[in-house]
Design a protein around this ligand. Structure first.
Ligand code: KG4
Ligand code: ZN
Length: 336
């Protein structure tokens, strides 16, 4: 192996969607994880790709400089530069990719191309308690809903995913319909805490195997809003949010239970932005107790998009000598 694996210091960049983030990891220990969230999308009620890439370009120099100064690491100490290659928005990915390539070229150090979904799973290795292989991970974000069999750090198999919308999308689109704005997930989560989850029954999808579907429940919410009218919705907002969220959570948990039984694995992890949902965390903790699962839930800052998880994945890749070359380009549809 041509690279020194005794003292590994990596700067990682994440720019797949609407967070510009940079992190520094030294020998597997996270030194800093800086995240700049793009507030510009709020007024548009969702991420506008063109605005996202422009905001990345505006923020990336500052975010990387802050990560370096906060970690106390100088550029000459870096062993590699890592970046998110995909999946994500092409324009956004291009900013992080180009920046990382230039920096690696300038410093004459290797480049590491990270899969964003793999990184969400590997966020579990940033802090203790860490799961042991093999384990199951429910990765739930704005673009994905997957149950992943994690055989080792770099070998993962998707056991089931969504046939239509991702669960994060089901949160965001519902919030838009309810007039709650963007980002919808955290807003529904907060309101749901005040409401009754059994106030209004929404249908749970009956997809086979480990396949998810969230378009049906989303449509039923639309019909519910049309039927009851604006005034009723306003006066019952907390109950509606609690009932809708409860349906999404139940769908996720039922499939997870099925996967655990099928694969006889009781080490269960959750990852991705929706893993920040308080209702999901609580429901999973209760299920874990009943099913005797060993449950792993990452800290909030490592659930939503962040470069810390990219840095963690890059550390594992460095150990295996998995580097990219300067010809590498972003992959908006990079599968696991
Ligand atoms: O992983 P992530 O930050 O970005 C993607 O890779 O997509 O996930 C973003 C998604 C959004 O749909 C957002 O509404 C959702 O995660 N989210 C939540 C919560 N916090 C973020 N959904 C439900 N409850 C939350 N507390
Ligand atoms: Zn993500």
């Amino acid at each position: 192996m041509p690279f020194n694996t005794e003292n590994i210091t990596i700067l990682a960049i994440e720019s797949s969607c609407d967070e510009t983030s940079a992190a520094v990891i030294k020998n597997g220990k996270m030194l800093t994880n800086i995240v700049a969230s793009q507030l510009i999308h709020e007024v548009h009620g969702g991420v506008v790709p063109e605005l996202a890439s422009r905001a990345h370009q505006k923020d990336i120099v500052r975010v990387v400089a802050e990560a370096l100064s906060d970690s106390g690491i100088i550029k000459a100490e870096l062993s590699a530069i890592a970046f998110t290659r995909g999946p994500g928005l092409l324009g956004s990915l291009l900013v992080g990719t180009s920046f990382a390539k230039s920096m690696a070229l300038g410093l004459c150090i290797p480049l590491i191309d990270v899969n964003h979904m793999q990184a969400h799973v590997l966020a579990h290795f940033i802090e203790a308690p860490r799961p042991k292989f093999p384990f199951l991970c429910l990765t739930v974000s704005g673009g994905h809903t997957q149950i992943v069999l994690v055989k080792n750090a770099l070998e993962m198999e998707v056991l089931g995913e969504t046939a239509d919308d991702a669960v994060g999308e089901a949160f965001d689109k519902a919030a838009k319909m309810l007039g709650l704005g963007y980002p919808g997930g955290p807003r529904i989560d907060a309101l749901a805490a005040e409401g009754n989850p059994e106030a209004f029954p929404f249908p749970i999808s009956e997809m086979p195997d480990l396949t998810f579907s969230f378009s049906g429940v989303k449509t039923s919410l639309l019909y519910f809003i049309q039927k009851h009218g604006e005034e009723f919705v306003k006066n019952n907002m907390a109950d509606i949010c609690a009932s809708y969220q409860y349906t999404l959570i139940l769908t996720l948990i039922r499939k997870l239970k099925k996967a655990s039984k099928l694969h006889k694995i009781n080490q269960i992890a959750i990852a991705g932005g929706v893993a920040a949902n308080k209702g999901l965390r609580k429901a999973l903790s209760e299920m874990a107790e009943k099913q005797r699962w060993e449950l792993f839930i990452p800290e909030f800052q490592y659930c939503t998009d962040n470069a810390g998880m990219i840095a963690m994945a890059a550390h594992f890749m460095f150990l295996e000598g998995k580097f990219a070359n300067q010809k590498v380009s972003p992959m908006p549809r990079f599968s696991l």
